[in-house]
Design a protein around this ligand. Structure first.
Ligand code: MG
Ligand code: ZN
Length: 219
Protein backbone atom coordinates (compact mmCIF):
# COMPACT_ATOMS: atom_id res chain seq x y z
CA UNK A 1 0.00 0.00 0.00
CA UNK A 2 2.78 2.40 0.93
CA UNK A 3 4.51 1.75 -2.39
CA UNK A 4 1.30 2.61 -4.24
CA UNK A 5 1.01 5.97 -2.44
CA UNK A 6 4.57 6.92 -3.34
CA UNK A 7 3.99 5.92 -6.95
CA UNK A 8 0.87 8.10 -7.16
CA UNK A 9 2.77 11.11 -5.83
CA UNK A 10 5.45 10.63 -8.47
CA UNK A 11 2.85 10.13 -11.23
CA UNK A 12 1.08 13.35 -10.25
CA UNK A 13 4.41 15.19 -10.24
CA UNK A 14 5.31 13.76 -13.66
CA UNK A 15 2.09 15.17 -15.12
CA UNK A 16 2.81 18.66 -13.79
CA UNK A 17 6.43 18.42 -14.96
CA UNK A 18 5.20 17.48 -18.44
CA UNK A 19 2.96 20.56 -18.49
CA UNK A 20 5.92 22.74 -17.44
CA UNK A 21 8.03 21.14 -20.15
CA UNK A 22 5.37 21.78 -22.82
CA UNK A 23 5.28 25.43 -21.80
CA UNK A 24 9.08 25.72 -21.89
CA UNK A 25 9.19 24.04 -25.32
CA UNK A 26 6.54 26.39 -26.67
CA UNK A 27 8.64 29.35 -25.50
CA UNK A 28 11.91 27.88 -26.80
CA UNK A 29 13.45 27.79 -23.32
CA UNK A 30 16.17 25.24 -22.58
CA UNK A 31 15.97 24.11 -18.94
CA UNK A 32 18.55 22.43 -16.76
CA UNK A 33 17.89 21.00 -13.30
CA UNK A 34 21.11 21.37 -11.32
CA UNK A 35 21.60 18.92 -8.47
CA UNK A 36 24.31 18.00 -5.95
CA UNK A 37 25.08 17.60 -2.28
CA UNK A 38 25.29 20.85 -0.26
CA UNK A 39 28.54 22.70 -0.85
CA UNK A 40 29.53 20.99 -4.12
CA UNK A 41 29.56 24.34 -5.93
CA UNK A 42 26.16 24.66 -7.65
CA UNK A 43 25.75 28.38 -7.14
CA UNK A 44 29.34 29.12 -8.14
CA UNK A 45 28.76 27.10 -11.32
CA UNK A 46 25.59 29.12 -11.94
CA UNK A 47 27.53 32.38 -11.52
CA UNK A 48 30.36 31.28 -13.86
CA UNK A 49 27.85 30.02 -16.44
CA UNK A 50 25.95 33.31 -16.37
CA UNK A 51 29.16 35.32 -16.83
CA UNK A 52 30.20 33.14 -19.79
CA UNK A 53 26.84 33.08 -21.61
CA UNK A 54 24.91 36.21 -20.68
CA UNK A 55 26.10 38.30 -23.64
CA UNK A 56 24.71 35.70 -26.05
CA UNK A 57 21.63 34.32 -24.27
CA UNK A 58 18.87 35.54 -21.98
CA UNK A 59 19.21 33.59 -18.74
CA UNK A 60 16.95 33.23 -15.71
CA UNK A 61 17.44 31.24 -12.52
CA UNK A 62 15.16 29.53 -10.02
CA UNK A 63 16.93 28.90 -6.72
CA UNK A 64 15.68 26.18 -4.39
CA UNK A 65 16.79 26.33 -0.79
CA UNK A 66 15.30 25.25 2.51
CA UNK A 67 15.44 28.87 3.66
CA UNK A 68 17.01 32.28 2.99
CA UNK A 69 17.67 34.12 -0.31
CA UNK A 70 21.46 33.99 -0.23
CA UNK A 71 21.85 32.18 -3.58
CA UNK A 72 19.17 34.19 -5.41
CA UNK A 73 20.88 37.39 -4.19
CA UNK A 74 24.18 36.19 -5.70
CA UNK A 75 22.46 35.61 -9.06
CA UNK A 76 20.49 38.87 -8.96
CA UNK A 77 23.75 40.73 -8.32
CA UNK A 78 24.77 39.68 -11.85
CA UNK A 79 21.71 41.38 -13.30
CA UNK A 80 19.88 38.12 -13.99
CA UNK A 81 16.21 37.50 -13.14
CA UNK A 82 16.10 35.15 -10.15
CA UNK A 83 13.27 33.59 -8.18
CA UNK A 84 13.95 32.03 -4.81
CA UNK A 85 11.85 29.07 -3.70
CA UNK A 86 12.07 28.40 0.02
CA UNK A 87 10.92 24.87 0.64
CA UNK A 88 10.56 25.44 4.40
CA UNK A 89 12.33 22.21 5.27
CA UNK A 90 11.48 20.32 2.08
CA UNK A 91 14.53 18.55 0.69
CA UNK A 92 13.82 18.80 -3.08
CA UNK A 93 11.98 20.88 -5.69
CA UNK A 94 8.99 19.45 -7.52
CA UNK A 95 7.00 20.33 -10.62
CA UNK A 96 4.37 22.28 -8.74
CA UNK A 97 6.92 24.53 -7.01
CA UNK A 98 8.46 25.37 -10.38
CA UNK A 99 5.04 26.06 -11.92
CA UNK A 100 4.29 28.54 -9.13
CA UNK A 101 7.70 30.20 -9.44
CA UNK A 102 7.13 30.87 -13.16
CA UNK A 103 4.73 33.70 -12.39
CA UNK A 104 7.80 35.66 -11.28
CA UNK A 105 9.53 35.33 -14.68
CA UNK A 106 8.93 36.67 -18.20
CA UNK A 107 8.93 33.45 -20.20
CA UNK A 108 9.07 35.34 -23.49
CA UNK A 109 12.48 36.74 -22.53
CA UNK A 110 14.39 33.57 -21.56
CA UNK A 111 16.63 31.27 -23.64
CA UNK A 112 18.11 29.32 -20.73
CA UNK A 113 16.44 28.59 -17.40
CA UNK A 114 18.68 27.20 -14.69
CA UNK A 115 16.91 25.48 -11.80
CA UNK A 116 19.26 25.07 -8.84
CA UNK A 117 17.79 22.30 -6.73
CA UNK A 118 18.06 21.90 -2.96
CA UNK A 119 21.46 20.50 -1.95
CA UNK A 120 20.74 16.79 -1.52
CA UNK A 121 22.01 13.69 -3.36
CA UNK A 122 18.84 11.68 -2.85
CA UNK A 123 15.30 12.76 -3.76
CA UNK A 124 15.89 15.68 -6.17
CA UNK A 125 16.66 12.93 -8.71
CA UNK A 126 13.16 11.46 -8.24
CA UNK A 127 11.16 14.58 -9.02
CA UNK A 128 11.08 15.98 -12.55
CA UNK A 129 10.45 19.72 -12.76
CA UNK A 130 10.04 20.02 -16.55
CA UNK A 131 13.74 20.13 -17.38
CA UNK A 132 15.45 19.13 -20.62
CA UNK A 133 18.45 17.80 -18.74
CA UNK A 134 19.48 16.97 -15.23
CA UNK A 135 23.02 18.14 -14.50
CA UNK A 136 24.80 17.07 -11.35
CA UNK A 137 27.97 18.10 -9.57
CA UNK A 138 30.20 15.81 -7.55
CA UNK A 139 33.01 17.65 -5.80
CA UNK A 140 36.27 15.88 -5.08
CA UNK A 141 36.17 16.38 -1.26
CA UNK A 142 32.90 14.39 -1.16
CA UNK A 143 34.77 11.24 -2.14
CA UNK A 144 34.66 8.76 -5.01
CA UNK A 145 32.16 6.45 -3.30
CA UNK A 146 29.16 8.65 -4.14
CA UNK A 147 28.18 7.03 -7.48
CA UNK A 148 28.00 3.64 -5.79
CA UNK A 149 26.10 5.00 -2.77
CA UNK A 150 23.67 7.32 -4.58
CA UNK A 151 23.21 5.67 -7.98
CA UNK A 152 19.85 7.21 -8.92
CA UNK A 153 21.17 10.74 -9.38
CA UNK A 154 23.99 9.50 -11.61
CA UNK A 155 21.52 7.35 -13.53
CA UNK A 156 19.08 10.22 -14.12
CA UNK A 157 21.64 12.86 -15.05
CA UNK A 158 22.67 13.81 -18.58
CA UNK A 159 25.82 15.59 -17.43
CA UNK A 160 28.13 14.99 -14.47
CA UNK A 161 30.51 17.78 -13.54
CA UNK A 162 33.31 16.60 -11.29
CA UNK A 163 34.08 19.86 -9.51
CA UNK A 164 36.97 21.14 -7.39
CA UNK A 165 39.63 19.27 -9.36
CA UNK A 166 42.02 21.95 -8.05
CA UNK A 167 41.68 20.26 -4.64
CA UNK A 168 42.62 16.84 -6.00
CA UNK A 169 46.19 16.97 -4.55
CA UNK A 170 44.80 17.63 -1.05
CA UNK A 171 41.90 15.19 -0.83
CA UNK A 172 41.78 11.43 -1.24
CA UNK A 173 39.61 11.35 -4.34
CA UNK A 174 39.93 8.15 -6.35
CA UNK A 175 39.24 9.67 -9.78
CA UNK A 176 39.38 6.36 -11.66
CA UNK A 177 36.86 4.76 -9.31
CA UNK A 178 34.47 7.71 -9.55
CA UNK A 179 34.59 7.68 -13.35
CA UNK A 180 34.32 3.90 -13.57
CA UNK A 181 31.37 3.66 -11.16
CA UNK A 182 29.52 6.61 -12.71
CA UNK A 183 29.88 5.13 -16.20
CA UNK A 184 28.80 1.70 -14.97
CA UNK A 185 25.56 3.27 -13.71
CA UNK A 186 24.99 5.44 -16.78
CA UNK A 187 26.87 4.73 -20.01
CA UNK A 188 25.46 7.85 -21.66
CA UNK A 189 26.66 10.25 -18.96
CA UNK A 190 28.63 13.20 -20.34
CA UNK A 191 31.40 13.94 -17.84
CA UNK A 192 33.37 17.17 -17.47
CA UNK A 193 36.16 17.60 -14.92
CA UNK A 194 36.20 21.20 -13.77
CA UNK A 195 37.13 23.71 -11.13
CA UNK A 196 34.48 26.39 -10.75
CA UNK A 197 37.01 28.32 -8.63
CA UNK A 198 39.89 28.44 -11.13
CA UNK A 199 37.77 28.02 -14.28
CA UNK A 200 39.68 24.89 -15.34
CA UNK A 201 37.65 22.70 -17.70
CA UNK A 202 34.61 24.97 -17.72
CA UNK A 203 35.02 25.78 -21.43
CA UNK A 204 33.81 22.30 -22.34
CA UNK A 205 30.72 22.75 -20.18
CA UNK A 206 29.93 26.14 -21.71
CA UNK A 207 30.33 24.67 -25.23
CA UNK A 208 28.02 21.77 -24.41
CA UNK A 209 25.39 24.11 -23.00
CA UNK A 210 25.61 26.54 -25.93
CA UNK A 211 25.01 23.63 -28.30
CA UNK A 212 21.91 22.58 -26.40
CA UNK A 213 20.47 26.10 -26.20
CA UNK A 214 21.03 26.65 -29.93
CA UNK A 215 19.40 23.34 -30.82
CA UNK A 216 16.40 24.22 -28.68
CA UNK A 217 15.83 27.83 -29.77
CA UNK A 218 12.70 28.68 -31.71
CA UNK A 219 13.50 29.87 -35.23
MG1 MG B 1 23.46 27.04 -3.83
ZN1 ZN C 1 13.23 15.45 -0.81
Amino acid sequence: MKIQVVKNVLDANDRIAQENRALFDAKGIYVINLMSAPGAGKTTLVEKTILALKDDYRIAVIEGDIQDTYDADRVAALGIPAVQINTGGGCHLDGNMIREALSGLDLDAIDLLIVENVGNLVCPAEFKVGENAKVMLLSTPEGADKPAKYPLMFQESTVLLINKIDLMPYVDFDRDKALRDARAINQDLTIFEVSCRTGDGLGQWFAWLRGRIEAHKRP
